[in-house]
Design a protein around this ligand. Sequence first.
Ligand SMILES: Cc1ncc(COP(=O)(O)O)c(C=O)c1O
Length: 360
Amino acid sequence: MLSPPVVELSRRLASMLPPSLSKAMFLSTGGEANEAALKLAKLYTGKFEVVGFTGAWHGMTSGAQSVNYFAGRKGYGPMMPGSLAIPAPNAYRCPVRHCRDACDGTCLDVGFDAVDAQSTGSLAALIAEPVESAGGVIVPPEGYWQQVKQHCRARGMLLIFDEAQTAFRLGRNFAFQHFGVEPDILTLSKTLGGGIPLSAVVTSTEIEAECNAHGFLHATSHVSDPLPARVGLAVLDVIEEEELMARAIEMGERLAAGLRHLQERHEIIGDVRGLGLLWGVELVTDRERREPDAVIGRAITERCMELGLSMNIVAIGTMAAIWRIAPPLTVSAEEINRGIAILDQAIVDVLAASTSRAAE
Ligand SMILES: Cc1ncc(COP(=O)(O)O)c(C=O)c1O
């Protein structure tokens, strides 16, 4: 039985999405929504292999975890059979050592060559964050998702966009609208529930009907719960009434300008990239060699906390040291200015301390 808020939320999302994304199911977490999406893709195609991106994060349930290539893979034995990875299009650190600063899509072709070599002939889907978040805020170049979709179509695979982080944050309701490519299945969570566990998996009438005919089952205690659906409707009302997407663009521009200003001031900032209110800042020992500066990165992060700013450092280690900056959609201009000022102060303090230590 579906309650009125669930039907209403489903209709509301369909009205915001293209006609090819008009069937929704509501669950609790982002991982669960991805789990359901992967099941839909497997049932629809009759295949089981799933391709993900290096650096991706899709959740902690087994199916979603199997296509996490960011963290949490080690020590749990085999992942789902048929879990394959291709390199994320990181223009700052080209995964195939081919480009520098502008990705030309070579890594995608290399990735699909590797997929074809490893596949047992059962490719069901490719799952991706339109802008990879935990993996370091990787914004793909123009035309990239079109190429991905072509690769998927050529192999009969479905394209799943996991918009747990990117929906309602990048200045458009959905990140795929920035890139002009519609997924076959879309998953939403985080912002949709505004703090309440609410996630959605959305697909086409055709995929839904076909999966239904094949007995698709993803039942949980909290599937289609009315309370979170009502919250979801309230969140969408607030996003619309308070024009939070326009605000994400405006505040995002302010944040980007502030970060670029810091990059001009501090050699340690190698790269600044992002969209809307999701930004990544790479810390390097020198800009030419681009060695990640994880030690200083950690020290500045700690200093920021002392000064009252919580910074999230991701992809830490030998690969990279990157701050992922994702302020609330309601962030004010003053808060952004203050955050940038604290970050500046923290960088100055830590660099001064390390220079004086070196002099001793
Ligand atoms: C892109 C992405 N997908 C899925 C998830 C998993 O969501 P949840 O933690 O609600 O299961 C996350 C969580 O951080 C995420 O960032």
